[in-house]
Design a protein around this ligand. Structure first.
Ligand code: LLP
Length: 435
């Protein structure tokens, strides 16, 4: 069941990079996120190759929302990746680690004036989400004496088999311009008249954690259909076709992976066909993977504190990381595989629920799981937490967010330190009348 970048040593301990997880937990404390640099590089290269071996111009814009840690983003910058950002701070992180503005796309349905200004000044490609946003961008660009580089996010109206919260491509979802009513085309027509706006792209995103190629093929058909119409009706050549992210990863034993090669083959075939049939200029393909690149590169190590035996029911195993450290099980009912990192060779025979330390019943990492006989001091390991793990962690019950360590072969270094009392209280003030 272990993915190929992990192994088990002679002590029966989990090995990440070339390092023993039990030693990492002793050295850096728990709860601890551990990321494997080489795995991120492998996944990025695989995704890029899948598309670039099939189409002349391709750029991967790593979706920072999956994991915006600066070291992680720096790894991707060093690979030549661009970025997909959706907030001012993500944009600044991308710029600060050295990603050029022109290799960044800015997505989202609410971009503040300040965010738009920063994006326009840095030549970021803005995927516009509404008519009012378009007017705002035109005004800001005019004031700055710049031409804003834009694309339009269209609503692809595609049903993907994933959690409803992350099925963002449905017609009823808040994202993108509606196509059937003609709004998407009207947006291109309007932008064409605007002197401070340069219309370069089209964008859609069908959802996240998708393990079947068909929604992506449907997306390619819909987008390329609009690209042809925009050329035919308004003589606009779309230079950037941005297919968003969304390829999922296997979380549960038995889940099948969706190979990016299969998705690339099928999507690029659609692009080739339409470009050929309609005599279009070849656009650059942009892709915005997050989870596929970083999801399985990272584990969460948590110390077992207490075990509560319950006759006829799964025992409760309390560990020092809960929904504050990893929100996905509580928020989406997501499955993350759990083992004991110090007992990898023992049989999983005990039925348990794994809980965190918070004061909520939703505070669990896994239910009805099989683990070896658990004892106090054992080290639980939660797999596949590289995407939307630490990035969505919070400080509920004033729990400090965990530290994160980056591993590269024999090397390990803290890339985010654990929060402290000072970090958690730094922003609070007691007003004068209470002093
Ligand atoms: N591009 C856009 C415009 C997006 O909205 C997203 C994710 C991505 C790219 C990256 O998608 P990915 O390749 O990672 O699937 N918190 C949820 C996931 C939310 C995804 C939102 N958008 C989770 O923990 O599953």
């Amino acid at each position: 069941m272990l993915k190929e970048h992990f192994s088990v040593n002679s002590l029966g301990h989990l090995v990440i990079g070339n390092l023993d997880a039990v030693e990492l937990a002793e050295r850096f404390g728990t709860p601890l996120y551990v990321v494997d640099e080489q795995r991120i590089r492998e996944r990025y290269r695989r995704y890029l190759r899948a598309f670039s071996s099939r189409w002349p111009e391709v750029r991967i814009h790593y979706a920072l929302k999956a994991n915006s840690n600066m070291a992680v983003v720096k790894i991707l910058q060093s690979e030549g990746a661009g970025a997909d950002v959706s907030s001012e701070i993500e944009l600044r992180i991308a710029l600060n680690v050295g990603i050029l503005g022109e290799k960044i796309v800015f997505n989202g349905n609410y971009k503040t004036h300040r965010e738009l200004e920063l994006a326009i000044l840095n030549d970021v490609l803005i995927n516009v989400d509404s008519f009012q946003e378009l007017e705002t961008i035109d005004k800001i660009a005019r004031r700055l004496g710049k031409r804003a580089r834009i694309g339009f996010r269209i609503n692809p109206d595609i049903r993907a088999d994933t959690h409803p919260y992350i099925a963002v491509g449905l017609r009823e979802s808040k994202f993108g311009f509606d196509v059937p009513s003609g709004q998407a085309l009207a947006a291109y027509e309007r932008a064409k008249e605007m002197p401070s706006v340069e219309v370069l792209g089209i964008h859609a995103n069908v959802g996240s954690q998708i393990l079947d190629a068909s929604p992506f093929v449907e997306e390619a058909e819909k987008i390329m259909g609009i690209v042809s119409e925009v050329k035919e009706k308004f003589d606009i050549d779309i230079k950037f076709v941005d297919f968003g992210g969304g390829i999922g990863i296997p979380y549960k034993p038995g889940d099948k992976e969706l190979p990016p090669e299969e998705v690339a083959e099928k999507m690029v075939n659609v692009v080739k066909r339409v470009v050929h049939e309609e005599g279009l200029e070849k656009p650059m393909l942009l892709l915005e993977p997050g989870r596929f690149i970083v999801g399985d590169s990272c584990v969460l190590l948590a110390r077992v504190g207490y075990i509560k035996e319950r006759p006829g029911m799964p025992d409760w195993v309390a560990v020092d990381a809960g929904m504050n450290a990893l929100m996905r099980p509580a928020l989406y009912g997501a499955y993350h595989h759990i083992e004991l990192a110090n007992k990898m060779n023992q049989r999983n025979e005990l039925l348990v629920n794994v809980a965190g330390p918070l004061c909520e019943s939703g505070d669990f990492l896994g239910k009805d799981r099989r683990l070896p006989k658990v004892e106090q001091g054992d080290l639980a390991v939660v797999f596949d937490v590289g995407a939307y793990g630490l990035a969505m962690a919070c400080q509920h019950t004033a729990q400090p967010r965990p530290a994160m360590v980056l591993v590269n072969g024999e090397k390990a270094e803290i890339v985010r330190r654990r929060e402290t009392y000072d970090d958690l209280t730094r922003l609070d003030r007691i007003p004068g009348w209470l002093k």
